[in-house]
Design a protein around this ligand. Sequence first.
Ligand code: GDP
Length: 297
Amino acid sequence: RLEAKIGITKKAVGALTGSIELSEKELEPFLEELELSLLEADMEQETARAFTLELRTRLAGQKIPSSKNPNEFLREKVAEALNTIMGVETLGLEQRMREKKPFVVLVLGPNGACKTTSIAKLTHLFKGKGKKVVLASADTFRAGSIEQLEVHAQRLNARLVKHGYGADPAAVAFDAVKAAQAEHADLVLIDCAGRQETNKNLMQELKKIVRVSKPDLKIYVGEAFTGQALLRQARQVDREIGIDAFILTKMDADAKGGTAISLLHELKKPILYIGTGQGYGDLKPFEPAFVVKNVLG
Ligand code: GDP
């Protein structure tokens, strides 16, 4: 849990209440402590600095209204500053899905980031909304990947398009889009290989899938608590392939939210959903308020 230690810094609160005006100097101990707790919560240094800078300008020279509890006042300011640095437009996914049929989604991300499970969760979600879903097993590289998706497809009663191992992943994606068109499906979810992101062949492979299947949306799946590593990988994939949005997984397991803030602040792409467990229903729309709450404790 991210503890921003608001209200714990007695010195800062004292400085705030006691003064007529808040000078930058008086705020320093509070801001320093806050920045440290943000770094401990997986927030990137650059983001933490941007945040404290934003908060500093919001607090410096401010007076706390006598009607307000100083802690409450601080919480409000922290929430405002967080919302400012996280400011990313929302995607309007369901509206876009209504406008384009089939809506083609390429799901990217490193092995082990819960990509396959997230595809299954998305299938469950949209089937529940009455959509017809086609899955494409375009990771023809990792042993077991086709069977793994197949199990989900059977359980969720979704159509799966697959070829064998070693087959051209772009051909699988292409066939899936064709099948979806022929069957008037609403949504195509393409699972692709996630072996080492730095692998040049993988980038070529992914580029070919994009050329051939022309995805309407490219989602990157990453584990919430991997912090810096996730940012580094996502930045590279964004440069090479282009990322439109994120799914952050394992938010249930020790995720403090700092990664989410960093992603929003540095890559300026919306986080569509968060994974909160292993069940099909454990996919929740991302709410900035969730992160703010985590920070405020
Ligand atoms: P892939 O290699 O990226 O396809 O990863 P998988 O989808 O196979 O997921 C790896 C493991 O993480 C599986 O055991 C999943 O059940 C588990 N998992 C997936 N999503 C979540 C989540 O949101 N929270 C938790 N705690 N586990 C998850």
